[in-house]
Design a protein around this ligand. Structure first.
Ligand SMILES: [Zn+2]
Ligand SMILES: [Zn+2]
Length: 319
């Protein structure tokens, strides 16, 4: 490790096999190009996607694998043509670090739908290199895929917004779930779910949390400020909400872990069908499902059902 690190410019935590164990690892980031931003990573969130690829649950992990795609840091260097950032700026990098920049999606700032977008880690960049993520000391990214964090905003709180936050925020905004007085249903109080509650309350919504477990009630109501809490496995409670019960989730396969979702599930089924979610595609479908789910349900009732249950932790990478 010592000899290796002498010739490498970036230190990281990497998985070397599917065990789930991360070990110190050193490698070289590319030199800053004319349109690149280099940032010193101060914080990186832990998303379940990190766990999935670390453990090779999708059978396409390339080891050594450096996870991390909820990155926050401080700009240390910018290329000669970079206009939007300067050294010292606080910046976030999310789930992708490149795309074709020339398709309809890219031209509409929907790069995450570009068929050639490149994941922040375990992706293959246009130069053929396998990308390495944010559990590392620094990262070099084209400025297009960097996002300014307002001065004074805590970097540890900014990091999870780069995946979990935007995943919830985008459909909420797209479907006008930022209008005070509307009702928001949040299924599962995990990483995304807790974001949805916080956004919902900030927007002045009436927020109901649906959880399989009574144990989340205190956190939902007292810590996050939700208005209502419903145990989704309780038929009586669910019927009060006029929500159909009993779902056997195809989600179990998409999530690669046991998951009980007791929600109305014609909606989910519809949405899965619409997305043509196959097992092969399923690794990425959670996010898209979320969009479609919201899109379809919102018209039926102003009851926006979000599901996802990720753990939210912060890992401090460097001082
Ligand atoms: Zn993520
Ligand atoms: Zn594109």
């Amino acid at each position: 490790m010592a000899a290796e690190s002498e010739s490498c410019n970036c230190s990281a935590w990497a998985a070397n096999d599917p065990s789930g164990v991360l070990s110190p690892h050193s490698f070289n980031r590319r030199a800053v190009r004319h349109d690149d931003v280099s940032l010193r990573i101060t914080h990186c969130g832990v998303c379940y996607a990190d766990v999935q690829w670390t453990r090779n649950l999708h059978h396409d992990s390339v080891y050594p694998l450096v996870p991390g795609h909820e990155i926050a840091g401080v700009v240390t260097e910018v290329g000669s043509d970079v206009k939007g950032f300067k050294p010292g700026d606080h910046v976030a990098v999310g789930t992708y670090i490149n795309s074709c920049r020339d398709c309809d999606n890219c031209n509409n700032l929907l790069e995450n739908h570009c068929s050639n977008f490149v994941f922040t880690f375990n992706g293959v960049d246009t130069d053929g290199t396998v990308t390495k993520g944010g559990y590392s000391t620094h990262i070099v990214v084209h400025e297009r895929y960097c996002y300014k964090i307002p001065d004074g905003y805590p970097l540890d709180k900014a990091a999870p917004l780069a995946c979990a936050g935007i995943t919830v925020y985008t459909p909420m905004i797209r479907h006008n779930m930022n209008q005070p007085g509307k009702s928001l249903g949040v299924i599962g109080l995990g990483g995304l779910g807790h974001m949805a509650v916080k956004f919902g309350k900030a927007f002045g919504l009436n927020v109901t949390v649906l959880s399989t477990s009574e144990s989340k009630r205190d956190e939902a109501i007292n810590l996050l400020g939700a208005d209502n809490f419903v145990v989704s496995s309780d038929k009586n409670q669910m019927e009060v909400l006029n929500i159909l019960i009993s779902f056997k989730a195809e989600c179990e396969t998409t999530y690669n872990r046991p998951q009980q979702v007791h929600i109305s599930l014609p909606y989910v089924r519809f949405q899965l069908k619409k997305h043509k979610c196959t097992k092969e595609q399923s690794s990425f479908c959670n996010r898209y499902c979320l969009y479609y789910f919201v899109r379809e349900t919102i018209n039926i009732a102003e009851f926006c059902l979000l599901f996802f249950s990720l753990c939210l932790y912060y890992v401090r990478i460097t001082k």
